[in-house]
Ligand binder design. Structure first.
Ligand code: ATP
Length: 307
């Protein structure tokens, strides 16, 4: 295998403006200078893993524009192989983010090129999938594209098994049974767990262990529930264990979930068992909340060790 991890997902430019208060309908407010950052869950996870030393590739689509070049540059600087990043077809995805003084965000996403990453693109990238030990997915690209990755991973390549599938179902959407069944693990935060369980009484329970067990009964091979400062729950069918997060002073939690999942997927790719991989990933998530920004906050292995 050439890659510990292939991330298939989104790449966005985050356009951030600080405001005193968010505008109402028909209103204009003045804000801070514009800050432009590389983002998107797929791009974030790939950078998080590569910064830790993972052999990482990204399959994504960006526009033939300055934001697309910003994303390609940030991936390359982190050490991600960008051979799978397709260019053109629509403008690069953009997130327009206003942040008020309390830190609350209002976000409008233009999916742009992310919505044009097709099942056909996945089939054309079969060699990348075949070269990866783990593939990590989120839902900022079309669900049919995610489903094609799952299908290809399950079918394997020339008699060799395909990559292990890690999925963070964000933004939330109902998941097809075959996609759910492939997840090893399904990685959810509290909001995503409650969404997936909203058709059952357990969805309104306040016990994350109950969510983890209920989610596991829906078909995934394993489940990880992230719990912010509390750490993460791991359910692998044998047992459900809480892995606490190191105590840190949180500065900005943006991207913590992506740092966690990128790190987790990498450690699984190099052979850690799930609880061991989660014990590493909570440290990466914790390190990421000690600094501002998303990709800018992702730690190196040395910084994780120093926690
Ligand atoms: P986000 O949407 O902010 O990127 P998320 O809601 O997807 O994150 P969280 O559960 O908030 O996911 O965070 C993921 C991981 O990051 C946690 O499991 C934990 O390891 C770490 N983490 C997040 N917040 C904190 C915190 N305040 N202190 C320590 N660790 C944290």
């Amino acid at each position: 295998h050439d890659y510990d991890l292939l991330v298939v997902g989104s790449a966005n430019a985050d356009l951030v403006i600080g405001v005193d208060r968010r505008p109402g309908a028909g209103e204009t407010v003045l804000g801070s200078d514009l800050a432009v950052h590389p983002g998107g869950k797929g791009a974030n996870q790939a950078v998080a893993a590569a910064r830790l030393g993972a052999r990482t590739a990204l399959l994504a689509r960006v526009g033939d524009d300055d934001y697309g070049r910003l994303l390609l540059d940030s991936q390359a600087k982190a050490g991600v192989d960008t051979v799978g990043v397709l260019v053109g077809g629509a403008p690069t995805g953009v997130a327009l983010i206003t942040v008020d003084p309390s830190g609350d965000n209002s976000i409008v996403v233009s999916q742009g090129a992310n919505a044009r990453l097709t099942p056909e693109d996945v089939r054309a990238a079969a060699s990348l999938l075949a070269a990866a030990r783990v593939v990590s997915l989120q839902l900022e690209i079309p669900l049919e594209t995610v489903a094609e990755v799952v299908r290809a991973a399950g079918a394997g390549f020339g008699g060799r098994p395909g990559p292990r599938v890690v999925l963070n179902p964000s933004p939330t959407a109902p998941l097809p049974t075959d996609v759910l069944a492939a997840c090893d693990p399904l990685v959810v935060n509290e909001h995503e767990a409650r969404f997936l369980l909203s058709d059952a009484p357990v969805g309104s329970s306040d016990d994350p262990e109950e969510w983890a067990d209920a989610l596991l009964s829906r078909g995934p091979r394993s489940v990880v529930v992230t719990l912010g400062a509390e750490g993460a729950l791991v359910a692998d069918g044998d047992r459900t264990v809480l892995v606490p997060s190191p105590a840190v002073t949180a500065v900005d939690t943006t991207g913590a979930g992506d740092a966690f999942t990128g790190a987790l997927a990498w450690r699984l790719g190099v052979g850690d068992d799930l609880p061991t991989a989660v014990r590493f990933a909570v440290r990466v998530g914790a390190a990421a909340v000690t600094r501002a920004g998303a990709q800018a906050s992702f730690p190196s292995t040395e910084e994780v060790a120093a926690l």
